[in-house]
Ligand binder design. Structure first.
Ligand code: FMN
Length: 219
């Protein structure tokens, strides 16, 4: 049992092996509130613009609510599933990974309602017509904390996957109604499954080389 235990990974190990976990989410093992709150306490150490801390964290444990939120995601995912993916040049690692990512994403969608807990990180304010500076400041004051949360889960033998598909097609509003989130005042950043992982060995991912995206002094 890993509950309450930590993996004692190095900082670099946590940073390089925190994957989007979908097929290896343990749908059977219960998740306790205390461990999730511990990971959220760590998340609150992330920076925010002007130290505003305008975040809210909606954790969904109730089975009927998980099912209702998952249904919104699943409906949107069916639309996403039928759209053609991005095209990459031959030999590009993203092209090789694309069918696997789609398959894994399909598994998560099909099983979202079975995930023991779900998280919706929220931000005070609506961003529908945000400028670049407004959007950067706002999302930059929520998403580092969300990533910290995912890293903290990893260290505790748990996992998640960053998802945004529930927000499509007015799904954000539907989910707001299900959970009582004040839609006209609060923006949702995504939907995050929370579960123990099946095994704890995760590897660094293959990424396109740094040299293809790095610019020193000049683009
Ligand atoms: C902003 C953002 C939105 C994403 N949305 C989804 C999503 O809706 N559903 C999903 O299954 N994965 C989603 N992902 C996960 C990506 O597919 C995943 O990060 C990518 O394939 C790389 O895999 P890795 O995280 O394991 O390195 C999202 C990731 C990010 C950062």
């Amino acid at each position: 049992m890993l509950t309450g235990m930590k993996l004692n990974l190095s900082a670099d190990e946590v940073l390089t092996t925190t994957r989007s976990v979908r097929k290896r989410l343990d749908l059977e093992k219960p998740v306790d509130r205390a461990t999730v709150e511990e990971a959220l306490e760590i998340a609150l150490q992330a920076p925010t613009g002007s130290n505003r801390q305008g975040w809210h964290w909606v954790v969904i444990e109730d089975a009927a609510k998980r099912e209702a939120v998952a249904a919104v995601y699943q409906r949107n995912f069916e639309e996403y599933r039928s759209t053609p993916g991005a095209e990459y040049p031959e030999g590009d690692s993203r092209a090789e990974r694309a069918p696997l990512v789609r398959d894994s994403a399909g598994y998560l969608s099909d099983n979202f309602h079975k995930v023991p807990m779900l998280l919706i990180p929220c931000l005070w304010g609506r961003l529908d017509n945000a400028s670049v500076v407004g959007g950067a400041g706002a999302w930059g004051s929520l998403l580092p904390a969300v990533w910290s949360f995912m890293l903290a889960l990893r260290e505790r033998g748990m996992g998640s996957a960053w998802t945004t598909i529930h927000l499509m097609n007015d799904g954000e509003r539907e989910v707001a109604e299900i959970l009582g989130i004040p839609y006209d005042k609060v923006s949702q950043g995504g939907l995050f499954p929370i579960a123990y992982t099946i095994g704890t060995d995760f590897k660094p991912a293959k990424r396109e080389p740094l040299s293809t995206v790095l610019h020193w002094d000049q683009w």
